[in-house]
Design a protein around this ligand. Structure first.
Ligand code: PMP
Length: 427
């Protein structure tokens, strides 16, 4: 049994000693003390089905024994910065990561987070092209440091500080976008930005394959190849932010960008790839990677032995346990059940996403698509009471983000949808 501080004691300490900007989900937040695969346990020993942990931290499941073993073993042997000395862990993970990527994408730089990975990717693109302008999509999230906050395109995540050189293209969002699913019209905006907002040459285009924070927003099919083409003609590099959509989550493919039929110039990863351990990476081609040799580039803990040992263990677990296939099977089943729920409740305006990266958007009017913000918050709390944790997202805060660990089962999917059904029936 748990004998640590209560929720109230932790909240009091947070109020006194932590930044006032720190947030928590739920009016009465859950005090999580243990995790096992797709489940979390609170201080009272209550079990929750964690349908959101996949994106925050876990790919293989909370405290997956193979990953824990790899971390413990390496921690007992050595933990250090890998930059100055040799150690096999960083090299082994880099090799394994390269084996999962297409084309000549085989040179990795390691970081501690997704923000750092995207900052570095943008820096590399600027160094390589000699250009400054970057294009990202509206409603995207790429991080919260200078360059990445600029690329992020939702006012709720942007502070009022200088964020120069990023242009935000119209989001090719089939549900809320002004052009529906007409990919050519959306792509034309990328060309307009290049023609009218830059010198004609750009450094980079960065996009998520499915927007995560933005509310699991998919792109109009066919958009990405068109945008990539325009950006490359303007001398720019195409960056795929795979921080959420990568690593087998979309099920049909290992990478989100593969579902769009493109090969990027730079890929960034983080979050679930360390199964809870801080780990991020930028992977690019040997030629582009040379751009960073113009100066010293140093990251003390990027690619340290413990984190890369975790990363390698994650890749092995994904293969050993066929987690990509599981994401496809369980994700398709779950989406089908969510679609049936949409037929039953007008409050559900849209069900979308791929594999185990799914979103449910709540609206009070299907025609006007009026965001059902209060109802979403209420449902989120109700689900928690029933023992199910999901995420919230979207610019209006009216989207459920369902992104569990990839070991999620059909039974878990049923439990989740049944709990939603029950909660919706009582609204
Ligand atoms: N890219 C995407 C797509 C993300 O969702 C996030 C985090 N929400 C980031 C980058 C930044 O990652 P981190 O929080 O690890 O800095």
């Amino acid at each position: 049994p748990y004998i640590g501080p209560s929720s109230d004691e932790i909240l009091a300490k947070r109020r006194e000693y932590l930044s006032p900007s720190i947030m928590h989900l739920y009016k009465t937040p859950v005090n999580v003390v243990d995790g096992k695969m797709q489940y979390l346990f609170d201080d009272k020993g209550r079990r929750y089905l964690d349908a959101f942990g996949g994106i925050a931290t876990v790919c293989c499941g909370h405290c997956h024994p193979d990953v824990v073993a790899a971390i413990v073993e390496q921690t007992k042997r050595l933990q250090h910065s890998t930059v100055l000395y040799l150690n096999h862990s960083i090299a082994d993970f880099a090799e394994a990561l390269a084996s999962k990527l297409p084309g000549n994408l085989k040179v990795a730089f390691f970081t501690n987070s997704g923000t750092e990975a995207n900052e570095l990717a943008i820096l590399i693109a600027k160094m390589y092209t000699g250009c400054h302008d970057v294009i990202s999509l509206r409603n995207s999230y790429h991080g919260n440091a200078t360059g990445t906050m600029a690329a992020t395109a939702q006012s709720i995540w942007k502070f009022n500080v200088v964020q120069s050189g990023v242009h935000h293209a119209i989001n090719p969002d089939p549900y809320r976008g002004i052009f529906g699913s007409e990919e050519e019209k959306y792509a034309r905006d990328v060309q307009d930005i290049i023609n009218f907002g830059t010198s004609g040459n750009v450094a980079a285009f960065v996009a998520e394959a499915i927007q995560g924070v933005g509310g699991i927003v998919e792109m109009a099919p066919g958009y990405l190849p068109l945008a990539y083409d325009m950006v490359r003609k303007a001398g720019g590099l195409c960056i795929a932010d795979e921080v959420q959509a990568g690593f087998a989550r979309v099920g049909s493919h290992f990478w989100g960008f593969e579902t769009h039929g493109v090969v990027p110039d730079i890929v960034t990863v983080a979050k679930g790839i360390g199964n809870g351990i801080p780990l991020g990476a930028v992977v690019t081609t040997p030629e582009i990677a040379k751009a960073l040799t113009q100066r010293n580039y140093f990251n003390t803990f990027g690619g340290n032995p413990v984190c890369t040992a975790a990363g390698l263990a994650v890749l092995r677990v994904i293969e050993k346990e066929n987690l990509q296939e599981n994401a496809l099977l369980v994700g398709s089943y779950l989406k089908q059940r969510l679609n049936s729920l949409q037929d039953k409740y007008d409050l559900i305006g849209d069900v979308r996403g791929k594999g185990l990266m799914l979103g449910v958007e709540f609206v009070t009017d299907r025609e006007l698509k009026t965001p059902a913000k209060d109802e979403t918050l209420h449902l989120l709390d109700q689900l928690k009471e029933l023992g199910v944790l999901v995420g919230k997202g979207g610019y209006y805060g009216n989207v459920f983000r369902i992104t569990p660990a990839l070991c999620f089962t059909k039974e878990d999917a049923d439990f989740l949808v049944d709990a939603m059904d029950y909660s919706l029936s009582r609204i």
